[in-house]
Design a binder for this molecule. Structure first.
Ligand SMILES: [Fe+2]
Length: 283
């Protein structure tokens, strides 16, 4: 039997120290998450952890990263990617064109990120009741418009974006979602803007969690990412004094919980469509 390790065919077991194997798997994880754009990043992460647990006792540890990758690729191939996404309703079309007008030219990176969050939302919407699906996609397009120069007022982008949307006649639930996305209440607290943010309701629940999930699993350039990498990137890009980073002390657990809850729903709503072999492996 031969194995391809690092692009080289070998018939010899390759000795890889556990720590080295961990690092290699983490690098592969980032690559696989990006490669399988149609699979929610948290599911790819779970497949990796599951394969690692299964292979943890493998006698030749050097093969573990390779076997993990193979197992994940098999799961990804079986993933039901043919579930139609939600897009093209009047609300989502308006949200997309509004976000494009405010971000695409002057803040292209924000626009790329927002587009990535909306792409993820179209897919994650399957965990929501039909009547909430286009609210999620619309909020995903719009969640960061408060960074646009012409909207900046208080400096809390979620609040500035939500106030603009309210003036523009957007549905109240979309305004509320944008106001409170991804731990905004903690950022408002840090900035002394909690009273003003309270103008908008924070409807905890599946819809709100889903928007947080999409934002927390999309990188700054719109690429899919896992939560830990996203949090590390936020800390590194913004620096320790930034209010968003300071607020992580308060809201990081809430962010994790929202991602975990949606992950469970995604797993439940997709597993029954997967082949029996995959479901049995999942236990
Ligand atoms: Fe965002």
């Amino acid at each position: 039997m031969s194995w391809k390790v690092g692009g080289v065919l070998t018939t010899e077991p390759v000795v890889v120290r556990p720590r080295e194997a961990d690092e290699r798997i983490r690098r592969w994880e980032s690559r696989l998450v990006r490669e399988y754009d149609g699979v929610p990043p948290s599911l790819v992460h779970e497949w990796i952890e599951r394969a690692r647990a299964r292979l943890g006792g493998a006698r030749v540890r050097g093969f573990v990263p390779l076997l993990v990758e193979r197992a994940v690729r098999a799961s990804a191939r079986d993933f039901p990617a043919d579930v139609p996404g939600i897009s093209g309703t009047p609300l989502t079309s308006w949200a997309r064109s509004t976000a494009s007008r405010l971000l695409a030219q002057r803040l292209p990176r924000r626009w790329a990120h927002s587009s990535g969050v909306a792409r993820r939302a179209e897919q994650v919407a399957r965990v929501l009741p039909v009547e909430e699906q286009d609210l999620l996609v619309a909020a995903a397009w719009l969640h960061d418009i408060g960074y646009a120069d012409e909207l900046v007022d208080t400096g809390l982008h979620s609040l500035d974006g939500a106030r603009y949307l309210l003036r523009a006649g957007a549905p109240q639930r979309v305004c509320d979602l944008v106001a409170h996305h991804s731990g905004a209440a903690a950022v408002a607290e840090v900035l002394g803007l909690a009273d003003q943010l309270a103008e908008f309701g924070d409807a905890r629940g599946r819809l709100r969690d889903a928007l947080w999930y999409c934002d927390m699993t999309t990188g700054p350039d719109g690429q899919p990412t896992i939560l830990d990498d996203r949090l590390a990137e936020i800390r590194q890009r913004r620096g320790p004094d930034d209010p968003v980073v300071r607020a992580l002390e308060i809201n990081v657990d809430e962010r994790r919980s929202a991602v975990r809850r949606i992950h469970r729903l995604l797993r439940r709503t997709t597993e029954w469509r997967q082949p029996l072999r995959v479901r049995l492996e999942a236990g």
